[in-house]
Design a protein around this ligand. Structure first.
Ligand code: HEC
Ligand code: HEC
Length: 311
């Protein structure tokens, strides 16, 4: 630095930094006071901030900060809060008798929303593998659609909750819904089976033109004899008029909703071998590794009930 400070002060009022480019000198004006103070203030603020909040990384975790703030604690607090709010709903859902469940849900929107949202998740996790994610069933396997208004065992919330808790024809719950259609292959000749099947097909022929409402043609000449076989053997479960019996889970044979299928070949198969569809019991007491608790059963029953065809 070969500049003369005294000389510069005279010439420019301040010293220069000694830098000069093409005759332009850089003056060494001091920073404004306010700026310097703001600068110091930010340093002080920064130091206090890093002491107050989690900041300095250590080996396993960062310094905690004297305010004890943590985003994790915040999330935990929020989750606990939501659980607290739901605890009351969960308790009410568990305590409400399934008989009163529909009325309770109709009265209390919070309860209803909680049950149906929860029920949807429970259904996706436990039921959709058989009944399909849209609950429309899988006919080839005899998993019924739960979105129509055709119920094998009854479609009130109470009846659905019972079906879910105890299941159907399983060996887990002694109270499982139970019935057994005989396999008529051991009882009837193939001809008799074919004959009664013609009658079954005629049950869903609303205009009686020999082609039923599903578009399957049948042999009208066999209907009378088939009707007699039906009356003598099948009506005890499927009723005289074929409309079925929810106490025995005997399907209505007069509509176009089929559990296993309404074409001739499938009907012959059903009557010859019978089916014995099994649904597991979901009550906690029947499942090793935990089934559904009462509040969950009630929630999923409400969910299934509102899918479309609840009674
Ligand atoms: C392993 C397959 C399977 C699973 C899993 C299953 N179901 Fe079922 N479910 C069936 C079968 C099979 C039937 C029909 C049985 C029959 O022929 O009566 C049935 C029938 C039903 C019925 C009676 C329908 C009616 O028309 O009356 C309801 C309600 C039902 N299931 C709900 C559920 C719910 C809710 C879940 C989940 C918690 C579930 N199911 C899980 C196989 C299953
Ligand atoms: C003991 C009661 C009982 C008797 C008797 C009975 N069924 Fe059934 N039937 C049932 C039950 C229960 C089912 C439900 C299927 C299952 O077992 O999973 C059924 C199912 C059917 C189905 C299937 C319907 C569908 O939606 O896919 C047909 C068809 C049928 N029965 C016809 C007959 C005929 C015909 C007779 C007489 C020859 C007969 N049943 C006698 C109880 C009975």
């Amino acid at each position: 630095m070969n500049h003369d400070a005294e000389q510069e002060r005279k010439e420019y009022g301040v010293e220069t930094t000694g830098h000069e480019w093409d005759g332009i000198r850089e003056l060494n004006n001091p920073l404004p006071r306010w700026w310097v103070w703001v600068f110091y203030a930010t340093i002080v603020w920064g130091v206090i901030y890093t002491m107050a909040y989690p900041a300095w990384p250590l080996v396993n975790k960062a310094t905690a900060g004297f305010l004890g703030y943590s985003t994790r604690a915040l999330v935990e607090e929020e989750i606990a809060e939501v659980n607290d709010q739901n605890a009351e709903l969960i308790a009410r859902l568990a305590e409400t008798d399934p008989v009163d469940l529909a009325a309770a849900a109709a009265e209390d929107e919070d309860l209803r929303n909680y049950a149906i949202n929860g029920g949807r998740a429970i259904f996706a996790a436990n039921c959709s593998q058989c009944h399909g994610s849209g609950a429309n069933g899988v006919q080839a396997a005899g998993y019924p659609s739960l979105i129509d208004d055709d119920w094998l065992w009854g479609g009130t919330v109470e009846e659905i909750a019972y079906t879910v808790a105890h299941g159907i024809r399983n060996e887990q719950s002694l109270d499982a819904r139970y019935s057994q259609m005989p396999a008529y292959g051991d009882i009837f000749s193939a001809e008799e089976i074919e004959t009664v099947v013609q009658y079954v097909m005629s049950l869903s022929d609303s205009d009686g033109d020999g082609t039923n409402d599903r578009g399957y043609a049948y042999d009208t000449a066999a209907v009378e004899e088939g009707g007699q076989i039906f009356y003598d053997n099948c009506a005890a479960c499927h009723m005289d008029d074929g409309t079925g019996d929810p106490f025995q889970g005997a399907p209505n044979l007069t509509d176009i909703v089929w559990l296993y299928g309404g074409d001739e070949a499938t009907l012959i198969e059903t009557v010859t071998h019978s089916r014995f569809g099994i649904m597991p019991a979901w009550g906690e007491e029947y499942r090793v590794g935990g089934g559904l608790s009462q509040d969950e059963i009630n929630a999923v029953a409400l969910y299934v009930h509102q899918l479309g065809g609840g009674e």
